[in-house]
Design a protein around this ligand. Structure first.
Ligand code: BMP
Length: 276
């Protein structure tokens, strides 16, 4: 567990050099929630309804925008309005994984125009350092209009059975995060990674990467396709700053009630970790 994991979101918000991370911690503190809902529904109406109903209980909405059958500008405009209304951030779980030149075009422009509406994106480092360099370069360009309002999470581990995102892949994730920390906010992973035995970089005193943990579910231990779940308590105890739940919330009989439950449990686990 990193030392920053023992600090409150407000303290971390105050000290963090990254504007978007500060905003993220401020949202969590203001709304008393560390829940990210993974809104894996397949129509714009369902997505916007869900975002509006769950908005008060979440810090972040995570999308897979390419699973919508009717994606249009209405989708992203609607999401952006709801993000303003309810004070949450938008995370597009696109998992970029290609050479730098390609991911720059996939991120900024293209049919999905991800940079326009997603505060947070993520990438795999399977292609090597160039993917992180490329995305960071796009966001740092003088003509990039969204400046400090954008950030990247490195997919350092996965929750699926037999995942190969382990060992050197995971430690390199930490190395690349350190090298591009102006744009890299943290990781999607299952535990705090800041004390990994890296070979190429060393941890700085004030290192504070944000940990998003997927595969959180209160009533199931997995699905039939290799997904593996843990509870909000165990995720937070292992270092999650934000817990990501999909079916546990949106497929519950009452998604709002479910979101409240994840919010309560995630928040209590956080309070117990920081000792308040
Ligand atoms: P659910 O809680 O319904 O299992 O959904 C999990 C969500 O998190 C999905 O959107 C999936 O793509 C994502 N995810 C994951 O489950 N494991 C990972 O390692 C990384 C992910 O992004």
């Amino acid at each position: 567990m990193s030392s920053s994991s023992r600090q409150t979101y407000s303290v971390r918000a105050k000290n963090h050099p990254n504007h978007l991370v500060r905003k993220l911690f401020e949202v969590a503190e203001a709304k008393k929630t560390n829940v990210t809902v993974s809104a894996d529904v397949t129509t714009t109406k369902e997505l916007l309804d869900l975002a509006d109903r769950l908005g008060p209980h979440i810090a972040v909405i995570k999308t897979h925008i390419d699973i919508l059958s009717d994606f249009s500008e209405e989708t992203t405009k609607g999401l952006a309005q709801l993000a303003e209304k309810h004070n949450f951030l938008i995370f597009e779980d696109r998992k970029f994984i290609d050479i730098g030149n390609t991911v720059q075009k996939q991120y900024h422009g293209g049919v999905l125009r991800i940079s326009e509406w997603a505060h947070i994106i993520n990438c795999s480092i399977l292609p090597g350092e160039g993917i992180v360099q490329a995305l960071a370069q796009t966001a740092a360009a003088e003509d990039f209009p969204y400046g400090r309002e954008r950030g990247l999470l490195i997919l350092a581990e996965m929750t699926s059975k037999g995942s190969l995102a382990t060992g050197a892949y995971t430690t390199r994730s930490v190395d690349y995060a350190r090298r591009y920390k102006e744009f890299v906010m943290g990781f999607v992973c299952n535990r705090s990674l800041t004390d990994e035995p890296t070979t190429e970089t060393t941890k700085s005193e004030d290192e504070d990467f944000v940990v998003f943990t997927t595969g959180v579910n209160l009533s199931s231990s997995g699905d039939k396709l290799g997904q593996q779940y843990q509870t909000p308590q165990s995720a937070v105890a292992r270092g999650a700053d934000f817990i990501i739940a999909g079916r546990g919330i949106y497929a519950a009989p009452d998604p709002v009630e479910a979101a409240k439950q994840y919010q309560k449990q995630g928040w209590e686990a956080y309070l117990s970790r920081v000792g308040s």
